[in-house]
Design a binder for this molecule. Structure first.
Ligand SMILES: Nc1nc2c(ncn2[C@@H]2O[C@H](COP(=O)(O)OP(=O)(O)OP(=O)(O)O)[C@@H](O)[C@H]2O)c(=O)[nH]1
Length: 200
């Protein structure tokens, strides 16, 4: 089976949206109710995605980090999960500023991203409609998942992480092609220059 290079993923979102719960659900297929809310943690994980072994490094950021820490983590990552809590409208309103910061920090722009609305098991106290999440994801041109770290119906949590890995690898492949194309163009230009000099 083919083995691909490592993919660095960072998980962002307001404190309490369930970032740690989602990461732990993805890594262990379990839900654990409480974590130390202030800690950031990094995990390594291997998964088989589309018949390739992908090694991921996953950074679970702390919801209360300052702007410098956020920017540092954004520079570090290849792909990003932005999480909000469907029962907390404020956490949804923090998504767009996070994405703007990402666009400022990362070059080239249009960074690989997935939007996750967590805690879908709490539908009875929902504050953000599914269609609002879909609309925002469409504006950000990224995939959208509503899921629950707690219930994880249909394996949506893993699907969100896997789709982000695919997106990171698609972008890397595209950037590699563009680099190869531009170096071929440079070689062609140099040969043309030489030929022009010889013939003149
Ligand atoms: N009902 C429900 N509760 C959840 C879910 N995911 C997380 N929680 C709860 O939400 C609270 C916050 O979860 P965390 O995973 O610590 O949230 P976080 O985003 O990592 O928070 P910070 O580390 O402070 O940034 C905890 O009490 C979790 O048990 C979910 O899908 N459903």
């Amino acid at each position: 089976m083919a083995k691909s290079p490592e993919v660095k993923l960072a998980v962002f979102g307001r404190a309490g949206v369930g970032k740690s719960a989602l990461v732990v659900r993805f890594l262990t297929r379990r839900f654990i109710w409480e974590y130390d809310p202030t800690l950031e943690s990094t995990y390594r994980h291997q998964a088989n995605i589309d018949d390739e072994v992908v090694t991921m490094e996953i950074l679970d950021t702390a919801g209360q980090e300052d702007i410098q820490q956020k920017e540092g983590h954004m520079r570090w990552g290849d792909g990003f999960v932005i999480v909000y809590d469907i029962t907390d409208r404020g956490s949804f309103e923090e998504v767009a500023p996070l994405r703007s910061l990402l666009e400022e920090v990362k070059k080239p722009k249009n960074v690989p991203l997935v939007l996750v609305g967590n805690k879908s098991d709490l539908d009875h106290i929902r504050q953000v409609g599914t269609e609002e999440g879909e609309r925002l994801a469409a504006e950000m041109a990224c995939a959208f998942y509503e899921c629950s770290a707690c219930a994880n119906e249909g394996g949506a949590v893993a699907e969100a992480f896997h789709e982000l890995c695919r997106e990171v690898r698609r972008r890397k492949a595209m950037q590699g092609k563009a680099r190869r194309r531009s170096s071929t163009t440079h070689v062609k230009q140099a040969i043309n220059k030489m030929l022009t000099k010889i013939s003149s």
